[in-house]
Design a protein around this ligand. Structure first.
Ligand code: DX5
Ligand code: ZN
Length: 230
């Protein structure tokens, strides 16, 4: 993957039909998705439970773009190899998931995958400064993790601006996750983000059998994001 800061839309399959992941993934990619965002939750780090490495392995053959695995789990280190072997292209761990995030990022890089660092709304970016040499993507949570369809936390916009300044011209993506809509998309790209995760805003009104709304939603998000991209 060569680095580009061009705007990318990464639908989260947390909002997809759980009985139809393969068809849903083929549909969103055919309708313009740039990445596929996979929300792994353990009902310990976040108050929800989704899916494990076996599901990631099962959906990998249906993903032609990038499998962007967001690990909302703690402890996380024991599972890094399993998600790498399941086919993840990007493995994102939460800074808050344990005491040794530096070692976690080293372990992700050690699998040969891209390393993502996610930070919750309550977490500042000071610690990120010491991790940039091990990071390919910083995921700024704009909701408290655990569920789709939540309201965007606008206080995070200042954090995104500050993070963009800290990153400078390093090849590190800024991914925004939570409450991304056509209203909030331009706010986050104006602040310096380049990858927009969207669950409810992409899957609204469509289905694998009726995927056209997915394309309309993705195109609308991209248009809104590009109006303000820095
Ligand atoms: C929340 C997840 C997000 C969520 C996004 O914990 O990490 O990826 O699925 O869903 P929306 O776009 O509906 O906020
Ligand atoms: Zn996510």
């Amino acid at each position: 993957m060569t680095f580009s800061r061009a705007i990318k839309i990464a639908p989260s399959i947390l909002s997809a039909d759980f009985a139809n992941f393969g068809a849903e993934i083929r549909a969103i990619e055919a309708q313009g998705a740039d990445w596929v965002h996979v929300d792994v939750m353990d009902n310990h780090f976040v108050p929800n439970l989704t899916f494990g490495p076996a599901l990631c392995r099962a959906i990998r053959p249906h993903i032609k773009t990038v499998m962007d695995v967001h690990l909302m789990i703690s402890p996380v280190d024991a599972f890094i190899t399993a998600y790498a072997e399941a086919g993840a292209d990007v493995i994102t761990a939460h800074l808050e998931a344990g005491p040794h995030i530096h070692r976690t990022l080293q372990a992700i890089r050690g699998t040969g995958k891209k390393a993502g660092l996610a930070i919750n709304p309550g977490t500042g970016i000071d610690a990120v400064a010491h991790l940039l040499d091990l990071t390919d993507l910083v995921c700024v949570m704009t909701v408290n993790p655990g569920f789709g369809g939540q309201k965007f936390i606008s206080s995070q916009l200042d954090k995104i601006c500050a993070l963009r300044a800290m990153i400078g011209d390093r090849p590190i993506h800024i991914e925004i996750d939570g409450g991304v809509t056509i209203e909030t998309a331009p706010l986050v790209t104006a602040a310096g983000a380049d990858i927009l995760v969207a669950g409810s805003a992409v899957f609204a009104g469509g289905s694998a059998e009726n995927p056209a709304p997915y394309g309309t939603n993705i195109a609308a998000l991209r248009r809104a994001a590009q109006t303000a991209a820095t």
